[in-house]
Ligand binder design. Sequence first.
Ligand code: 5AD
Ligand code: SF4
Length: 455
Amino acid sequence: MHVMSQKPAVPLVHIETFGCQMNEYDSELVRSLLKREGFQFTEDRECADVILMNTCAIRENAHNKVFTHLSDLRSVKKHRPLVVGVLGCMAQNLKAELPEKEPIVDVLAGPDSYRQLPQLITNAMTLQEQGVDQKRLAVELSEYETYDDIVPERNDGVNAWIAIMRGCDNFCSFCVVPYTRGRERSRNPKGILEEARLCAEQGFKQVTLLGQNVNSYSYDTWDFARLLLEVADVPGLERVRFTSPHPKDFPVDLLKAVSSHPNICKHIHLPVQSGNDRVLEMMNRTYTCSEYLSLVDRIRTMNTQIALTTDIIAGFCSETDEEFSDTIRLVETVRFHSAFIFKYSERKNTIAARKYRDDVPEAVKSERVTALVDLQRKISFDRNREYVGSVVNVLVEGNSKRSSDQGMGKTDGNITAVWEKNGTSVRPGDMVPLSIYDSSASTLYGIAQPQPSSP
Ligand code: 5AD
Ligand code: SF4
C-alpha cells in the first residue's frame, strides 16, 4: 500500500548551534519565534521534521563542521520527509553558493531574518509535500533589527546570555562578521533591563551581556558602563559578565564599574590578535602594541584581581618569524590567565582577502599556534598556582565532566574549579566557597567550605 506522507500536526524542530555565544543567544530567539507559531522542539534529531543549523563563518573549520553535518543529513532525507534549514553567518555569507552546493538545504535565513522563519519553514513543508524542490531564502541584513520584543526561550543553566547590540562596524581586515551580521546597532536599555529582571526572576544567577564590541554600545544618553552598572543592580543577579570589549576604546568609567561593583566579574576578555604593530595595522585593529600594554597596566593598577584573557591570530598575511616573536613577547609580558589561539583563516570578501595574500605556509601557521598554546599553557599553569592556599567563591554549574561525585563551577575570574561533593548536595546556582589545594593549567581543585547557615 502506498502511504502518503502527511504534514505533521505539530512540526517538531531540532536546532543545532555552532560558533559563538551570540549564536547560542540567537538560537534561543529562534526557539521563541517558532514556539509562538505552534512549532515544538526536540533534542532528538531522529524524530525531527525540521532540522535547523545555526552556523558560524568565522574560520574555515567552522564551515567544514557544518558541511559534514549537512552531508550526514543527505541519507536521512532520502528516507523520510525532512526540512533542512541553515541559519546564521554561513547562510548570510554563502547565500549564493549554498543552495547549489548542498541541494538538501530547503531554508536559508541570515541573522536579521529570523522573524520570517516560521513562514519560510511552513512554505518549505508545503512545497515538500507537493514534491516541489524550491529553496526559500531570507538573507537580507537589516540596519534596525534587534529582536527587542522577543523573549528568548533560554536553555537551562546558571547563565543567561543577553545580546545588547548586534552587528559590527569595526571591519578588522581578517573578520567576516561585519558582512554576516551587518551594521552595528544597540538595543534599547529598557528592553535589556527588563530581560535581565526576567532572567533573575526565572532563577538565573548570572547574565552575560553580548556584543561584538560592547564599548561602542550607545543608546540616547546610555553608554556601556551605565548599562552594565544598572544590570548589575538587578536584584537576584549575583554575577554579570560581558564579552567582548575592543582595546581601542576602553573607557575609564567601564574600568571603574568592573573594578568596584561586587557583582561585576573581575574578568576582562581583551582580544589583542597580534603583538606586532605592522600586523596590527594590517589587521585594522587601530591600536598599537604599546597602547594595548598601557591599557593592561591601567586595568591592573585599578584592580589587581582582574583576570585578563585574550584572542590571538597566528600566521596572518605576511607575518614574519620576527613579527610573530613580538606576539610571543607580548604574551610573556602580559601573562594572560588564558587565551584562545587561532590559525589565520582567510574569509572570502574580507578586506584581508581582497588586499593581502594568505602567504604564511600552513605548517608555519601550525608551528606558531603550537608555540603560543604551549607558552600560554605554562603561564595559565603558573597563574592558577597562585590560587592554591586561598578560598575562592565558585558559582556551581553542575557535576564535573569526570564524575558525578565531583561538583564543577566557575570562579569570578571564569576559571573552572572542581571539588569532591562527599555526599553533600550542591545545586546549580549555589555559590560555594572553595579552599584551593591544587591546580592545573585549566582547573582549580578545592575543598568545599562549610557555608554559614541561614538564619
Ligand atoms: N581567522 C582566524 N581567526 C579569526 N578570528 C576572527 N576572524 C578570524 C579569521 N579569519 C578570531 C579573532 C576573534 C575571534 C572571535 O576569532 O581572534 O577575536
Ligand atoms: Fe570581527 Fe573585529 Fe568586529 Fe570582532 S571587532 S567582530 S574581530 S570585525
